[in-house]
Design a binder for this molecule. Structure first.
Ligand code: ATP
Ligand code: XMP
Ligand code: GLN
Ligand code: MG
Length: 530
């Protein structure tokens, strides 16, 4: 199996974010792309030669949990600063740069976490052009730069950081102690853009339309005259991936929608009818409920469920391959490529980010079996959902598709906490349909990122209904707001709406006698319960 993981989807020279184990390294790349400059992340384990071989237009060294002077802390090779490539160090990256160039980093006991006032030192503005003399910035450090290396001018300081920002304009090297990539840094984007446009002299030359042009070209080259299938779910990501591939290779593409029995009410019909009408794709529907429910029988562990579902998806695609080839009366041929609408968050959460922990195996990444024979095409693998929505709009996909709330590939299978059975699926499908109907009726679809409805199948509680005792299951409502699914907050839905959903579910769904609201952000929770 080959994945496009380490190849840039674009031909442009990237701004490389070197990841030192930062919490949100991908946010830095994201903010750079927001400034219309292409950016990607690379691990800190690459050598100077490997980094330079990627022909970066500039480098950003990320934050990280280590202390530069600790044993085994990741270091920066000093020769990275001799290549003439502009560099911005952030937090750990700033400290590591200081150390590599002969400045001084120490732990003074003055820690700063959260909102902090940073004051400009009154010399040249450089990174602080257009930013007020006293700005609110987000800090998260225990070490600080005590003395800047030779050749650097100190630009700003804070109560806990005598050197909070510095610049060496001659060598185009810069650093900040705070985190310009987080929204809580009021002028963070301005600081990043000062680095990109004033410091590094880059041009604004990346938009989502570059994704389209360059991916179309790349896919054409990769595929040649071979046949391609695309896993299509009716969701945003696969719709955009399919539209891109269709633009590239037309009717060499067949989309495969797998009805795995874990779908919501009306979903299969909607994909078969509305989706095809909107996009004109060639669609093969694989009815595979028995395969999936059989494989899931008796399984309760979330990661095991996810791996089984990931495997059965591939088996379902393989079975579909045969049917499609027969339909196309092209026996002897093989389908070489499988398109998936994989996004960056799917990859990081599956443990694919540098040094990142596995949170859950997304069926399309960490849940894939070892023996996949298709070559994967994942044109959206470095992007976030809102970027993908922009690409979709640009490709002319209808607003209902581009604006749809996400629904995970493993479907209701990871929303039944406990074993997945036909009976439990029917119950959850009903409860979910009611909740969605009410949310839509209240006009809140666009405000809510998504609202998983979860069945706690192994939990029962005592209730009283019609003067009789019940011993039923709870349903959890999990409405969240989010920008990119990496972090999320619980949505403050109007109480009368929550009351209506609760009432209807307990009245209309047999076996449910309690509805609870999940009021946990991410972190510490995740959006889905498994
Ligand atoms: N029922 C399905 N049939 C075929 N392929 C699927 C199905 N569900 C998911 N996939 C594949 O797995 C990928 C990842 O699923 P995911 O739910 O993250 O994306 P999506 O459904 O395209 O978009 P969204 O996140 O908006 O739901 C999809 O892009 C698609 O390629
Ligand atoms: O296609 C998918 N396959 C998966 O295995 C999967 N797991 C979670 N999700 C979706 O990803 C986003 C983040 O979810 P979590 O906060 O639960 O990790 C949310 O939008 C989830 O719905 C998945 N999508
Ligand atoms: N957020 C960071 O990059 C922290 C850097 C370093 N570990 C410190 O505490 O100062
Ligand atoms: Mg989906």
């Amino acid at each position: 199996m080959t994945t496009p993981a380490d190849s840039s989807p674009l031909e442009q020279r990237p701004v490389l974010v070197v990841d030192y184990g930062a919490q949100y390294a991908q946010l830095i790349a994201r903010r750079v792309r927001d400034a219309n400059v292409y950016s990607e992340i690379v691990p800190h384990t690459l050598s100077t030669e490997q980094i330079l071989a990627k022909n970066p237009s500039a480098l950003i060294l990320s934050g990280g949990p280590a202390s530069v002077y600790a044993d085994g802390a990741p270091s920066v090779q000093a020769d990275l600063f001799d290549a003439g490539v502009p560099v911005l160090g952030i937090c750990y990256g700033f400290q590591a740069m200081t150390q590599a160039l002969g400045g001084e980093v120490a732990r003074t006991g003055l820690r700063e976490y959260g909102s902090t006032v940073v004051t400009a030192d009154g010399g040249s503005r450089s990174l602080l052009e257009g930013v007020p003399d006293a700005q609110t910035a987000w800090m998260s450090h225990g070490d600080s730069v005590q003395r800047a290396p030779e050749g650097f001018e100190v630009l700003a300081s804070s109560a806990g950081a005598p050197v909070a920002a510095f610049a060496d304009e001659n060598r185009r090297l810069y650093g900040v102690q705070w985190h310009p990539e987080v929204r809580h840094s009021a002028h963070g984007q301005a600081v990043l853009e000062n680095f990109l446009f004033r410091g590094a002299g880059l041009a604004k030359d990346w938009t989502t339309s570059n994704v389209i042009e360059e991916q179309v070209e790349r896919i054409r080259e990769q595929v040649g005259s071979d046949r391609v299938i695309c896993g299509l779910s009716g969701g945003v990501d696969s719709a955009v991936a399919a539209a891109l591939v269709q633009r590239a290779i037309g009717d060499q593409l067949t989309c495969v929608f797998v009805d795995h029995g874990l779908l919501r009410e009306g979903e299969a019909e909607q994909v078969e009818r509305d989706f095809v009408a909107a996009t004109g794709v060639k669609l093969y529907v694989a009815r595979e409920a028995d395969r999936f429910l059989g494989a899931l029988a008796g399984v309760t562990d979330p990661e095991t469920k996810r791996k089984i579902i990931g495997r059965e998806f591939i088996r379902a695609f393989e079975a579909a391959e045969q049917a499609i080839l027969t339909e196309a009366s092209a026996t002897g041929e093989r389908v070489r490529f499988l398109v998936q609408g994989t996004l960056y968050p799917d990859v990081v959460e599956s443990g694919g980010g540098e040094g990142a922990a596995t949170i859950k195996s997304h069926h399309n990444v960490g849940g894939l079996p070892e023996d996949v024979e298709f070559e994967l095409i994942e044109p959206l693998r470095t992007l976030f959902k809102d970027e993908v929505r922009a690409v979709g709009a640009q490709l002319g996909l209808p607003a209902e598709i581009v604006g749809r709330q996400p629904f995970p590939g493993p479907g209701l299978g990871i929303r039944i906490i406990g074993e997945v059975t036909g009976e439990r699926l029917a119950l959850l499908r009903r409860a979910d349909a009611i909740a969605r109907e009410e949310l839509t009726g209240a006009g809140l679809d666009a405000e809510v990122w998504q609202m998983p409805v979860v069945l706690l199948a192994d939990v029962r509680s005592v209730g009283v209904q019609g003067d009789g005792r019940t011993y039923g299951h709870p349903i959890v409502l999990r409405p969240v707001s989010s920008e990119d699914a990496m972090t999320a907050d619980w949505s403050r839905l109007p109480y009368d709406l929550v009351a209506r959903i609760s009432n209807r579910i307990t009245n209309e769904v047999d076996g449910v006698n309690r509805v609870v609201l999940d009021v946990t952000s991410k972190p510490p929770g995740t959006i889905e319960w498994e």
